[in-house]
Design a protein around this ligand. Structure first.
Ligand code: MN
Length: 503
């Protein structure tokens, strides 16, 4: 359900008529060569499309307007081959809605020491053409990414690739439909927020649905479809003895499969890409959706528990950003601590709903009591997360703006087996250390829910926040708590000065 193949990013080149037609011909040819080289490099997930060089304000305005109107264009990569007087960019940039990446490169990698003359200097002056373009973007307070490096350098490709992934997620969020099934867990604060402002700023639409809408879909599922899905479970997972075809609790598995099929049909028919549920409101369902939510996430759906639509949206966006990369993305919750003096750790999990895309090994399929919610025991997939570098991200509504907080992590194998813990889990070391990371997260008001990923890096999330105009706070190996608290104070002042939801 995530497909990058129709998407494209437009490559635009700025110049002017000052240098004559031959220079412009060369600029066009060089820009085309750069686009071809970037596409051929194999590191960009989304195709770059060459556009003819821009030399006048009207050409700029028309191109940027076309980019905004093009349904498959995720954003623009701009390069200044020569000097492109930037007043001619004002009209176009002022109206541009789509993300912008300024690729600050030049055609030649090296200075041609023995042959360089003033003709070469006039043709290859990105170093100051890019500064003129940078000024007008800053003067317009235009959020953008600036990638500096030679266009054949794989490091520059990777930075552009990260921006493309973020832009694809931003593209996906525009009009994304999120089903909030059964509203919010009662009295919970951080899962709430301004859904009107989210649609205005972030693009996605969150709407509530009663359980009756879903229960009717679940009840309508045919027995044969349940048979087929249970057979798929038998094949894909290590089945607990009581859930096997002759097991005493096979009927629980059938109930879970029926919920998955009904929920899937509900989401497909409504065109939803993310959803929430809550254990307090499950009228008409026998179990809290466990394996259903887990498998829908593995297929690319965003999910948030207890009505948490902001993290349902974030998980979906992270799924889009991570499309095709090794490692997975899951809904997650900081659950319990290991305060070992030799190095504190966090055990992350949820009641049920952790995505098997992050699993180290083949999940086991089990049924156990939930302890809350008053429903029948839910079926779930149980596994340990794969080890490796990871990120946890949260988005909260601060009242006057949305804030993203990201913490870098090292996921490690559990220190000992967890034979009695009947849920999927991840154990990690939070950077820079547990006391600093948790205190910074709490000062920032970060949620207990997160989007967790072994595939994404800080760069993806930072680019994504930047292009949505969301405040971005990072907790990593360099974080010191006093500096971080000052950053919170200064950001409050900056956003206050910029006005409500300033960007
Ligand atoms: Mn929760």
């Amino acid at each position: 359900m995530i497909d990058f193949s129709p998407l494209e990013a437009w490559f635009i080149t700025g110049s002017q008529h000052l240098y004559g037609p031959d220079v412009l011909k060369q600029v066009n040819a060089d820009a085309q060569a750069i686009v071809d080289g970037l596409n051929a490099g194999g590191r960009l997930p989304i195709r770059l499309v060459f556009k003819p060089v821009l030399t006048t304000p009207d050409e700029v305005a028309a191109m940027l307007r076309d980019a905004d109107a093009a349904p498959n264009c995720i954003g623009l990569v701009a390069w200044m081959h020569t000097f492109s007087p930037a007043k001619m960019w004002i009209g176009g940039l002022r109206r541009l809605d789509k993300p912008l990446c300024h690729l600050h490169t030049q055609f030649n990698r090296d200075i041609p020491w023995s042959s360089i003359d003033m003709d070469f200097m006039n043709l290859n002056q990105s170093a100051h053409g890019g500064r003129e373009f940078g000024f007008i973007c800053s003067r317009l307070r235009r959020n953008r990414k600036v990638v500096v490096g030679h266009w054949e350098d794989p490091a520059a490709h990777d930075r552009l690739a990260a921006w493309q992934r973020a832009a694809a997620a931003r593209h996906d969020a525009q009009g994304m439909q999120i089903a909030r099934i059964g509203d919010n867990m009662r009295q919970v604060a951080v899962t709430e927020g301004d859904k009107v402002e989210a649609e205005l700023r972030l693009g996605y639409r969150v709407n509530g649905y009663g359980l009756g809408d879903l229960a009717a879909r679940v009840a309508a599922v045919a027995d044969e479809a349940v048979d087929r899905l249970c057979a798929e479970y038998d094949e894909q997972y290590a089945m607990a003895a009581d859930l096997r075809p002759d097991g005493a609790r096979r009927s629980s598995l059938r109930d879970a499969a029926r919920i998955e099929l009904g929920l899937r049909a509900f989401l497909e028919d409504g065109g939803f890409h993310a959803f929430t549920d809550t254990f307090e409101n499950l009228h008409g369902l026998k179990q809290l959706p466990g394996i259903a939510a887990q498998r829908l996430m593995a297929d690319g759906y965003g999910f948030g528990a207890e009505g948490d639509w902001k993290h349902a949206a974030l998980v979906r966006s992270m799924k889009v950003m991570a499309h095709g990369l090794p490692g997975g993305v899951s809904f997650m919750e900081d659950y319990t601590y290991h305060f070992d003096p030799a190095g504190g750790k966090v055990l992350g999990a949820h009641m049920l709903e952790i995505c098997p895309s992050i699993a180290a090994d083949r999940p086991s399929c089990e049924v156990h009591p939930l302890g809350i919610g008053g429903k029948e025991d839910p079926v779930r997939l149980v596994f340990d997360a794969a080890a490796g570098p990871a990120v946890n991200a949260t988005v909260v509504d601060m009242g006057d703006r949305f804030r993203m907080v990201v913490n870098t992590l090292d996921v490690v194998a559990p220190l000992e087996p967890l034979p009695k813990l009947p849920v999927a889990r991840a154990l990690w070391r939070a950077h820079p250390d547990l006391p600093t990371a948790a205190a910074a997260w709490i000062h920032a008001g970060g949620a207990h829910h997160t989007g967790f990923s072994l595939a994404l890096t800080v760069e993806h999330l930072e680019d994504f926040a930047e292009m949505l105009g969301v405040e971005f706070l990072l907790i990593d190996e360099t974080t010191d708590l006093r500096g971080f608290k000052n950053e919170l104070r200064w950001n409050d002042a900056a956003y206050h000065a910029a006005g409500a939801h300033g960007r």
